[in-house]
Write a protein that binds this ligand. Sequence first.
Ligand SMILES: NC(=O)C1=CN([C@@H]2O[C@H](COP(=O)(O)OP(=O)(O)OC[C@H]3O[C@@H](n4cnc5c(N)ncnc54)[C@H](OP(=O)(O)O)[C@@H]3O)[C@@H](O)[C@H]2O)[C@@H](O)CC1
Ligand SMILES: [K+]
Length: 537
Amino acid sequence: MQPVLNVEDVKRVESGLTEVGVSISELMHRAGTAAANEVMRTDDVSSVTVFCGLGNNGGDGWVAAESLRKRDIDVTVVTPVAPDDIQGDLARVVAKSAQSAGVKMLVAPPKGRVEELLLSTDVVVDAMLGTGFHGDPRAPFDIWIECINASGATVIAVDVPSGLSAQTGLASSRCVIADMTVTMLVLKPGLLADMGRDACGTIVVAPLAEQTERLVLEADPVAWRADLEDYVDVLAPPSNAVDKFTRGSVLVVGGSLRFPGAPLLAAQAAARSGAGYVTLAVPEPVAPILQSQMPEIPVMGLPSDPDGTFSAEAADIVAELALKRTATLVGPGMRVSGGTVGVVSKLISSEVPLVIDADGLNCLARLTSNKLDDFPELLRRNEPLILTPHRRELGRLVGQQEVPPASLTAAMEAARRIVWTDGGSEITVVAKGSATACVSVDAAVLPKPGPAALATAGSGDVLGGVVAAFLARSNVGNDDLPVLSALACEVHGYAGSIAAERFGSHGVMARDIIDALGLAEDALEEQIAFPESTDMD
Ligand SMILES: NC(=O)C1=CN([C@@H]2O[C@H](COP(=O)(O)OP(=O)(O)OC[C@H]3O[C@@H](n4cnc5c(N)ncnc54)[C@H](OP(=O)(O)O)[C@@H]3O)[C@@H](O)[C@H]2O)[C@@H](O)CC1
Ligand SMILES: [K+]
């Protein structure tokens, strides 16, 4: 797994390195050289334009320019001020060194001159704004960003694309869209989520020093990005000695007359994700509608209120059914009512492996007056509990219903409040978003994010079914629940990619993701087993 550090903790690594004798100046030289090395790996590069800012990110750019000049690349630096006028000592020194080495430069050029230069540029190096960026890019950087994005050049960003917050992943209206980001020392959360996903392109981490790895671990990573090999331990062992029950049995509880389809999608997804036996429990009037759709899956009609949601009598029956299954998913399409809150409350107090999604989470929010983190007794259990909220649902659970978490780090923080309520390792929160984090008391695991095609109605119900099936099939310990959940997310994401290839990136419906789940799991398992022979990017 690759560690991810908050930006403020990157500074701790930086000062740790200076304590072991690697100065900031040395780091800047290594950073600029690392960026230049990536430029040299680009096909057919002969002319490079380096856009430099006035802080240390700009310093990295000047070093890169000098390094490229020494390798006979036609390189020009675009800078707001001449080297002598740069305020920061470090950046001024390296800028003057590059100038002495014969690097060409344009000082505060008009927009037309920048556009003209870019016409003959193969690669742009973006070294305007790094981790010291705040607010919206001011002139001239706002104009340069516009020119860079409009050019056809390959763009390599130094540390972070200018205009993107490396911490939050939120971008201002002007933000460099890079083909590659060479980030220094360690991954930062903003590179992996929200706008970061579009702005960074391929991310290359430049460790810069051999002590970096140790110092990063000591700085307490906020999350870990999963690699394929991390999933080996949670894969169900291959065996032919199975029957439909040993392959795991899933109970899906949900649905209402208003939303009959959601539990259907979840149940189908569970069946396509290898659960040997899937049962659906829905309010009575919904049962005949669903049974006619799905001969493979038994549908049970449970006591219903006149509005077509579970009534109070349903709770005990659901709990009894759940005791006989290896995992239960509650929530899809269920609505929030006295009856459905009762169902969730009963299930959460039963010792059954449980996944709560969608309206199941909203019931939990209702049950706890939006303060799940104030109810340790509710979350005190032995059997696994996986919550799969998107950011609005997560906000409702922790009193942030008005302003839900707006970034990956904010979502992880909210999820941590929930898992630390009881402090047991049996609870995992799968905080869904453009990047998803699977958070337990031990770790936050970031699966590889799926394609935009996943953002379609019913996709969350499908993920709920996949997670429930994986939980039902697995025999991993509670400590491995975040990795198991992350694998479920990757299978879901990969299925989304297969579906996008089949139906077009704008044409994917939830049912298409379901149909691709089995193939996605096979393909991922193959890649996990033979990582060298396959390329996941
Ligand atoms: N960590 C490490 O170990 C290593 C870090 N290294 C590098 O250092 C970088 C961080 O350097 P840094 O702290 O000097 O900040 P940086 O990103 O250059 O920005 C500061 C400048 O930008 C300006 N500025 C800010 N906002 C602005 C806006 N909206 N619009 C316009 N201007 C704006 C700000 O001006 P101010 O607002 O303060 O007036 C100031 O002039 C890091 O990303 C990495 O590349 C490597 O060298 C070696 C290893
Ligand atoms: K940059």
